[in-house]
Design a protein around this ligand. Structure first.
Ligand SMILES: Nc1ncnc2c1ncn2[C@@H]1O[C@H](COP(=O)(O)OP(=O)(O)OP(=O)(O)O)[C@@H](O)[C@H]1O
Length: 267
């Protein structure tokens, strides 16, 4: 049986500044899976994650985002949806454990939960260290640990593996898989295309549109590419060709070609 839907986005239109980031975006994300949100810099990954957690003001926006059957940002979702942003949102002048205990109390998480999540992200041996003296990668893991407090059902992580070495990255992906196996919806953005292979489902975004809603196997198979980075470029190339006829009504004038995108890194 298909897992139940954790997130349903329909007709979402979001403006940020003078730019229309999404213009009628539709997508669905299931529970019990790791969904990767991938795409080049500026394609709207963070805006999508913010919309899911209810942090994106719908100024001039339309459409609907429902999370666990409720409107995104609903009060009832506060403890059921977790979000770790790109910038570590923890207190520099507190230790790892003081931070985690603080957030655990604020969330009403059970006793011992701070220790549990510190262990999960491999920071038990740093428990007494002040956050200001941690490396960037360790700091990010404190944020991640805080997001895992209280067993949320939807876990939204914006580039959680940035700045981590390959061993730690692999460990975190193991953790994401485990949490999804326990039934959570993991929504993970990344610009590292290799990480696509660790996801159950992939949403490839470009210019605020989903250019592929697929699985890693399907992506490689349909494009005939050997690695996800090449596959992603192939998807964009075919999108460009399909888009030639409709280009005149495109809303992003002067947008980059697939090549300039590649040079900028599929990041
Ligand atoms: N506060 C803002 N005002 C105006 N435009 C914004 C604002 N924040 C984001 N944008 C624009 O919205 C678009 C989507 O941004 P978003 O942060 O969602 O992209 P992203 O895919 O997460 O990028 P990255 O991988 O670089 O973090 C970008 O073109 C960006 O320039």
């Amino acid at each position: 049986m298909m897992n139940k839907l954790a997130v349903e986005v329909s007709g979402l239109t979001v403006r940020r500044g003078r730019r229309t980031v999404f213009d009628g975006l539709d997508l669905a994300i299931r529970a019990g899976e790791v969904t990767g949100v991938l795409g080049p810099s500026g394609c709207g990954k963070t805006t999508l994650l913010r919309s899911i957690v209810g942090a994106q003001a719908a100024r001039g926006g339309r459409g609907e985002v429902r999370v666990l059957g409720l409107p995104a940002g609903s009060r009832e979702l506060r403890t059921r949806v977790a979000y770790a942003t790109q910038a570590a949102s923890v207190y520099d002048d507190l230790t790892v454990m003081q931070n985690l205990r603080f957030f655990a109390r604020a969330l009403g998480a059970p006793r011992g939960d701070a220790e549990r999540v510190a262990e999960l992200v491999g920071l038990r041996d740093r428990a007494g260290q002040r956050v200001e003296s941690l490396s960037g990668g360790q700091r990010g893991r404190v944020s991640l640990a805080a997001a895992l407090l209280g067993a949320p059902e939807v876990i939204v992580l914006d580039e959680p593996t940035v700045g981590l070495d390959p061993v730690l990255r692999a460990e975190l992906w193991d953790l994401f898989e485990r949490l999804a196996g326990e039934g959570a919806a993991l929504i993970v953005s990344s610009h590292v295309m290799d990480e696509a292979l660790r996801c159950d489902r992939l949403l490839l975004l470009r210019d605020g549109a989903v250019v592929a809603d697929t699985t890693p196997d399907e992506l490689l198979e349909t494009t005939g590419a050997r690695d996800p980075e090449t596959a992603f470029l192939a998807v964009i190339e075919s999108g460009n060709r399909a888009g030639e006829a409709t280009r005149h009504r495109g809303r992003h004038e002067g947008e980059g070609s697939a090549r300039s995108l590649a040079e900028g890194g599929v990041s």
